[in-house]
Design a protein around this ligand. Structure first.
Ligand SMILES: [Zn+2]
Length: 75
């Protein structure tokens, strides 16, 4: 991880400005992760959405399997 970057003021999502000299840092106000490059922050958000999507698919699949196992023998 690259360190000692040119100091840059990044505004956190809570509105707190943070002077950053590293790739990522923690907001001193809301303790969220803040990224030096805005692009990284966006791709990180997409990662979270992807994981959320996978979880939804898995839960739906498990619910389907569960219903199949419960309903089928009763018929
Ligand atoms: Zn913050």
């Amino acid at each position: 991880m690259e360190k000692n970057l040119e100091p840059k003021t990044v505004t956190c999502r809570c509105g707190n400005p943070i002077v950053m000299t590293e790739e990522s840092d923690w907001c001193t106000k809301c303790v969220r992760k803040v990224y030096y490059h805005e692009k990284e922050q966006r791709s990180h958000r997409w990662d979270n959405m992807y994981i959320f999507g996978v979880i939804v698919v898995v839960i739906t699949f498990l619910a389907y399997v569960f219903l199949e196992l419960i309903v089928t023998p009763a018929v």
